[in-house]
Write a protein that binds this ligand. Structure first.
Ligand code: TXA
Ligand code: MG
Length: 329
């Protein structure tokens, strides 16, 4: 199968609609990462997503809808706090989990009685979702376990030959996946952290819990138990106060002929004074935006990526550290 990368216009949207309506999959841009979408009502199409990605079949998918889509056809029991949060943050990088009405294919939620809904803010995503006017089940458009894609080229390098069409909407500026929020209880609970932080949610509705997954526990959000975001080279992660150790390892490995790159924020780049760096940038949003981009850049040139965590660990950095520690496991 030939994989085409097309800018988003009337003709590529018409093609994407034909593909989706005939049970195929289309890669689409979002403001977080690129997604691999299929018609959520079509079980065979949804199952193709799992096949193409090599995704474990107990890891449920998020359903994406345009901003005017009536989600009451898909879910029930939308609590008051969820309405407030939707008003504050949607369209945007916040996925909300509700009790499912069971109208979409069972394959989407892998047998759970809940459904995750996302309204992306990316203009190209909105145009695509509006054009097909269907709920689109979509995980990130990478091969399972690999680093998530933030450009059309990233999707191409993972899925070339396996899908027909990649809609090109430029770089995903957010850079890490949406915050996943359980809205089935009395208060919202974060299942996966992201750009909409616990503090931001609590500011709107007063309270917000956070689910911490530990190995062996039953996972409410099954995605949390899997290896993830891993570049195709060796990786190690040091704390921000272990720069000396990181630089020592960098020098030892380099002197043995290993191609080593240091992945860290701009401040640490200045202190480290080593030659090969993958600079994540300055503030938390810039670091999130560059994380996957730099991991993918790194795996092309490095045998070993030595990551050093930024000093700041709250806010958006909670989500960044979650990905970075899984990438370096
Ligand atoms: O930003 C994003 O969320 C991107 C873009 C493409 O929208 N999508 C994404 O999808 O990251 P994926 O499949 O890579 O991650 C979906 C996460 C997983 O951790 C999964 O376990 C969780 O959402 N999830 C999906 N449905 C769920 C449900 N019903 N209950 C709990 N967690 C759910
Ligand atoms: Mg993913």
């Amino acid at each position: 199968m030939k994989t085409e990368i097309l800018e988003i216009d009337e003709s590529s949207l018409a093609l994407s609609k034909r593909i989706i309506e005939s049970g195929g999959v289309v890669a689409m841009p979002t403001e977080t990462v690129y997604g691999l979408g299929a018609n959520a009502f079509d079980s065979a199409a949804v199952e193709r997503i799992f096949e193409i990605k090599g995704r474990p079949n107990d890891n449920p998918l998020i359903v994406h809808v345009h901003k005017d889509y009536d989600i009451s056809t898909l879910v029930e029991d939308v609590p008051e706090y969820a309405k407030l949060l939707a008003k504050a943050f949607l369209p945007g990088p916040l996925t909300m989990v509700y009790k499912s009405k069971g109208t979409v294919s069972k394959a989407v939620s892998c047998g759970l009685d809940t459904l995750a809904i996302r309204v992306p803010s990316h203009e190209g995503a909105q145009r695509f979702l509006k054009f097909v006017n269907l709920p689109i089940a979509a995980p990130s458009a990478n091969v399972s376990k690999h680093v998530s894609p933030t450009t059309a080229e990233h999707v191409y390098s993972d899925l070339n030959g396996k899908i027909e069409l990649i809609l090109d909407g430029g770089k995903s500026e957010g850079g890490i996946e949406s915050t996943v929020l359980d809205c089935t209880g009395d208060i919202p609970v974060i299942l996966r952290s992201g750009l909409i932080t616990r503090e931001m949610i609590a500011q709107v509705v007063g309270e917000c819990g956070e689910y911490v997954y530990k190995d062996g526990m039953r996972a409410i959000s099954p995605g949390m138990k899997y290896k993830h975001y891993s570049p195709n080279c060796r990786t190690v992660l040091f704390n921000f106060d272990e720069l000396d150790k990181a630089v020592k390892l960098y020098r030892e490995e380099t002197s043995r002929g290993v191609k080593v790159y240091l992945l860290c924020d701009d401040k640490t780049v200045q202190e480290a004074k080593v030659e090969n760096v993958l600079n994540l940038g300055k503030d938390e949003n810039e670091i999130a935006s560059n994380l996957y981009l730099k991991l993918r850049e790194g795996e092309k040139v490095a045998d070993l990526i030595i990551a050093v965590a930024p000093e700041k660990q709250d806010g958006v950095m909670v989500g960044v550290m979650n990905r970075l520690s899984k990438a370096c496991r």
